[in-house]
Design a protein around this ligand. Structure first.
Ligand code: MRU
Length: 351
């Protein structure tokens, strides 16, 4: 299974990423040679989706370190950690971001006694490895999840957990593509995903590219469709999964999960183990990013709310694990009780 989209990669000592802000109108790649531009790209959603954010941060850290001037070993170390700190302040909910930063830090301390030029190359290699591993992990998630999809399924998805959200073929959408490639006749309902419209702009674009039958709906239509019996499965990605299986994902996921339970519809989450945060016992302490009010008050440059209106804009919500039928990972499909299942497969960052 491969992906037609190359969301992010390393080329000639630069980070190349598809400009997700320009989609679906224009398919263009940006070549970033300054780590500060990678930070800006993560913050403004040029690159988004938890696994892709992790890869971008790893590459950004490698890029920033590559351009550090010759200095004393202590200054070099201080400058490296300063770069890492700046990345850790970009998007607080995505566990993969912190996982990738921890991996880069671990590699740095292992290599610390080597000449600085060598450390720089080691960090580039580590970032590329994180990227390659994400591609392989996506494939495994897709293969592990495809048997959960049956011929004739109408699958509802929210936000974008496809190739654009990862370095590979995607998580939730990877499962959908794998089922489609197996020859299963499926159809996808795509939630537009207010306020940033990752569903309408990105998931719709990916599904059309792959020629998978799909229908775009607004978020508030999902319940009606479920009541009509038109949705047989829900599958979404995740930004962070606590030790008990509570899942933080794009705002609106929780409502979908409650609706799915009411209508007896299986609700699946697909995510790599790098999204799992075993340091959190449950979802209550998952940090929830709040984004700019203008994402809500403005639509593509046009103001839709009165000037000065108070706005609350959490980018994610937390779905309690009791609403989740199964979590699909690269290590297999985990069913409740999640604490036990996650405990068995959760990994510490690899060195
Ligand atoms: O704000 P975004 O677009 O980064 O949010 C993305 C999501 O919520 C995805 O569902 C999640 O990161 C999983 S991506 C494989």
């Amino acid at each position: 299974m491969g992906s037609a989209v190359r969301t992010i990669f390393w080329k000639d000592d630069a980070v190349v990423m598809i400009d997700q802000k320009a989609l679906p109108h224009e398919e263009r790649h940006l070549t970033l040679t300054d780590y500060k531009d990678v930070i800006a790209a993560i913050k403004d959603l040029t690159v988004r989706g938890a696994p892709a954010i992790g890869v971008a941060a790893a590459m950004g850290i490698a890029l920033g370190t590559l351009h550090l001037a010759d200095s004393s070993r202590e200054d070099f170390k201080r400058a490296f950690h300063k770069i890492c700190d700046q990345f850790s302040q970009t998007r607080p909910t995505a566990r993969n971001l912190f996982w990738a930063i921890e991996r880069m830090k671990a590699r740095f301390s292992e290599a610390f006694l080597a000449p600085t030029d060598q450390i720089k190359r080691i960090l580039v290699e580590e970032a590329m490895r994180i990227c390659e591993q994400d591609i392989a992990i996506n494939e495994r998630i897709s293969m592990n999840g495809r048997s959960l999809i049956q011929d004739g399924d109408n699958i509802l998805t929210h936000c974008n957990a496809g190739a654009l959200a990862t370095a590979g073929c995607g998580t939730a959408l990877g499962v959908v593509s794998a089922a489609w490639e197996e020859g299963k006749k499926i159809h996808v309902f795509v939630d537009e995903t207010r306020p940033v419209l990752q569903g309408a702009r990105l998931t719709a674009w990916e599904l059309m590219k792959e020629k998978i039958p799909a229908t775009l709906i607004t978020d508030n239509m999902a319940g009606f469709l479920m009541k009509q019996g038109r949705v047989s499965k829900v599958i979404v990605g995740a930004d962070r999964i606590a030790a008990n299986g509570d899942v933080a994902n794009k705002i609106g996921t929780y409502s979908l999960a409650v609706l799915a339970k009411e209508h007896d519809i299986p609700f699946y989450v697909a995510a790599p183990l790098s999204t799992v945060d075993v340091s959190l016992q449950n979802g209550d302490k998952i940090p929830i990013e709040e984004r700019d009010a203008e994402e809500i008050t403005m639509i593509r440059g046009t103001r839709v709310a009165p000037e000065g209106m108070h706005v609350y804009n959490p980018a994610f919500d937390v779905t309690p694990s009791r609403y989740i039928t199964a979590i699909i990972t690269e290590a297999g499909v985990v069913f409740p009780p999640y604490r036990e299942g996650i405990g068995k497969i959760a990994q510490r960052p690899k060195k």
